[in-house]
Design a protein around this ligand. Structure first.
Ligand code: FE2
Ligand code: FE2
Length: 178
């Protein structure tokens, strides 16, 4: 991972929280970049310890925060506003289940990255590579559904009031003044 790639995993600017859907989309881009880096690790390409640190902190903290933004803020707002013809109920249940189920495999990856950081070596075994590639495949599919279906419907259905409430809640979660 290069310094530029490590920078690409930085949080979106706090000012973007004024546009909560744009913030979530920026988080999706960030997650896609993290998955690209993980896939390169799975292929045995060299990664610096500093970059492992950035990736670890992203996976350990920011992924859960993003899930909370969706499970506690975005999805409830959509459940209130979506129309039956949007057929969103099952999609949201599946995405929430994906979030819950992702933590076990994510923990396996974090354990590997911890060991790699300690040893100064990120040599991957075939088993670890398979775990990483299974995680990234699941996440890329999850992102595709969120961007193509959920975010598209959110753009149409959520009102200005909904977006203001989302913005406030997402700022509070981050300890910022709403
Ligand atoms: Fe998401
Ligand atoms: Fe999600």
């Amino acid at each position: 991972m290069t310094a530029r790639e490590a920078g690409a995993l930085e949080k979106p600017p706090a000012s973007l929280l004024d546009r909560p859907l744009a913030y979530i989309l920026a988080d999706h881009d960030r997650h896609r970049r993290a998955c690209e880096v993980l896939r390169r690790i799975a292929k045995g390409q060299p990664v610096s310890q500093a970059c492992i640190g950035v990736l670890k902190s992203y996976l350990a903290d920011d992924v859960a925060r993003h899930h909370d933004d969706e499970d506690e803020v975005l999805f409830p707002a959509l459940r209130r506003r979506a129309l039956p013809e949007d057929e969103l109920s099952e999609v949201l249940l599946r995405l929430e289940r994906d979030h819950r189920e992702s933590y076990a495999i994510l923990q396996d990856i974090l354990n590997f990255l911890d060991a790699a950081a300690t040893d100064g070596d990120v040599a991957v075994t075939p088993t670890v590579a398979a775990v990483i590639l299974r995680y990234t495949a699941r996440e890329i599919r999850h992102l595709a559904i969120e961007n193509a279906v959920v975010m598209s419907i959110a753009e149409v259905r959520l009102t200005r009031t909904d977006l203001a409430a989302m913005s406030r809640l997402m700022k509070l979660r981050r300890g910022l003044e709403p």
